[in-house]
Design a protein around this ligand. Structure first.
Ligand code: UD1
Ligand code: MG
Length: 466
């Protein structure tokens, strides 16, 4: 295989987004736009991957946000003077290198690695020095139009803004994805000018250059036009998000996962779901997330960056982030697992329970109305309704350690730092401020006082005072 180098263009201003945020950092299913082409490229056999970003702070922000993509190089474009100028910025880092450039736009997120492979295949079969990825749309809109000769060979690309009325009727559009021999690319860019409606250096001019130079060029029409749609406006962004969400839900349905009312469900590109899992309407799954087999995710559940075991039930309207939930555990309805929650096998976190940075051992339970933060809860312990770990004094956080088989009666406060030994029992309504020994019974509530027959007398006195 010859030397193939990917160049992704991501230094444009994205003015049509009307945003302070760089276009390629706007998100689709909770992931930045630019991460999509980078993930597709990661699956191809490429010798280098270069992403052109701005030379300013905006560019710095893009590099920082995508620093998780290891091995990517980030050439800088001084000023966004057009797509040809952006490619020139990448070529500056490729002096003396020969081979083929795979050029992509950072704002075309639905393109898959499978399609890129077919594209590369076509380029090789045609022995072309340049191949343009194209699509035939009902309405070409603002895309550049690809003009072809009678043999379907590309002659030129005309930007919509520079096109004649007749050229605009051409339904074959430019996707902004190309394969070009690096030497041809260098020669084409050397002749470029910016005499066009936008006053920019257009990369698309290389097509007419190739025709004039009589080098072999080809087009590749993508079978699924969704793949080449670009994001230029916020309307495009939400439109593509809907299309992508539908595509992802469909792929999970094909892999043994039930997704009910899929048009209401959002599943990110880095989510893995085991078969026989059932997902109800309005569920959002995002980030780096693994869900095991046979789970059920109730209506309105939101899960991000978690590891969920097998046969886990997450009941309606629960929110889980950066948490681990082991096999057979139950969470919700209306529960919240904040970062660092680690729920053991068969444990139960019930309604209106909030957990943060805490480990629940196997079979431990907090079935109703509780806040458990910075705590360890041993196996089979049971925290009653209204249990609260008082973990913060306004300055520092403190730990609560609860042993195994501990029973905490309802409406108890555990004032951290505090430790409760195995089998301890806390009476309802207690405020625990000191460590509790193993198997001890502790009660800290005020003894009940009862005044017989004083109920009515008290009411009468209160009435007279009024
Ligand atoms: C471009 C193509 C158009 C094609 C469309 C497909 C050109 C001249 N036009 O138009 O034919 O139909 O993509 O989506 O190439 N960029 C830079 N630096 C710049 C300008 C742009 O890095 O100076 C980047 C942008 O960040 C973006 C990509 O290049 O990721 C495309 O730029 P954009 O302005 O979106 O071009 P389109 O108008 O969409
Ligand atoms: Mg664009």
């Amino acid at each position: 295989m010859d030397n193939m180098i990917a160049i992704v263009l991501a230094a444009g201003r994205g003015t049509r987004m009307l945003s302070e945020c760089p276009k390629v950092l706007h998100t689709l299913l909770d992931e930045p736009l630019l991460s999509y082409p980078l993930r597709a490229l990661a699956e191809l056999d490429l010798s280098r991957r270069l992403v052109v970003v701005g030379a300013d702070q905006v560019g710095d922000r893009v590099v920082k946000s995508l620093s998780g993509f290891i091995g990517v190089e980030w050439p800088r474009q001084e000023h966004p003077r057009g797509t040809a100028d952006a490619v020139a910025a990448a070529l500056a880092a490729l002096e003396g290198v020969s081979g083929t450039a795979l050029i992509l736009s950072g704002d075309v997120p639905l393109l898959t690695s499978a399609t890129l492979r077919l594209f590369i295949e076509k380029h090789r079969q045609c022995r072309a020095q340049m191949t343009v990825m194209t699509a035939v749309l009902d309405d070409g809109g603002s895309y550049g139009r690809v003009l072809v000769d009678e043999n379907n060979l590309p002659e030129a690309i005309v930007e919509a803004r520079d096109a004649t009325a007749e050229q605009l009727l051409n339904r074959r559009i430019n996707s902004g994805t190309y394969l070009v021999d690096l030497d041809l690319l260098r020669r084409a860019l050397a002749t470029g000018n910016c005499a066009n409606a936008q006053g920019e250096y257009y990369l698309t001019d290389m097509v007419a250059f190739a025709r004039d130079a009589k080098v072999a060029a080809a087009i590749y029409d993508v079978p699924d036009i969704n793949e080449i749609l670009g994001v230029n406006t916020r309307l495009d962004l939400v439109d593509l998000e809907t299309r992508l969400a539908a595509r992802i839900c469909r792929s999970w349905l094909d892999r043994g996962v039930t997704v009910r009312f899929p048009e209401t469900v959002r599943i990110g590109p880095c989510v893995h779901i085991g078969p026989e899992t059932e997902i109800d309407s309005g569920v959002t799954l995002s980030g780096s997330l693994v869900i095991g087999t046979g789970c059920s995710l109730g209506r309105g559940v939101i899960i991000k960056n978690c590891k969920i075991g097998n046969q886990v039930a997450v009941k309606p309207y629960s929110i889980l982030e950066d948490a681990v939930v082991d096999d057979g555990a139950q969470v919700g309805p209306f529960a919240r697992l904040r970062p660092g929650s680690d729920i053991g096998a068969g444990a139960k976190i019930g309604n209106f329970v909030e957990v943060k940075k805490s480990r629940f051992g196997k079979g431990a339970k907090a079935s109703h109305l509780a806040y458990i933060g910075d705590a360890q809860v041993g196996e089979d312990s049971n925290l009653g309704a209204g249990t609260i770990t008082c973990n913060y004094d306004g300055f520092k956080k403190y730990k609560t350690e609860i042993g195994r088989r501990v029973f905490i009666g309802s409406d108890s406060q555990l004032v951290a730092p505090v430790t409760l030994g195995d089998d301890a029992l806390v009476a309802a309504g207690s405020t625990v401020t000191r460590d509790v020994a193993e198997n001890a019974l502790v009660s800290s509530r005020i003894r009940q006082k009862e005044l017989p027959g004083r109920g009515m007398a008290w009411r009468r006195a209160a009435q007279e005072e009024k």
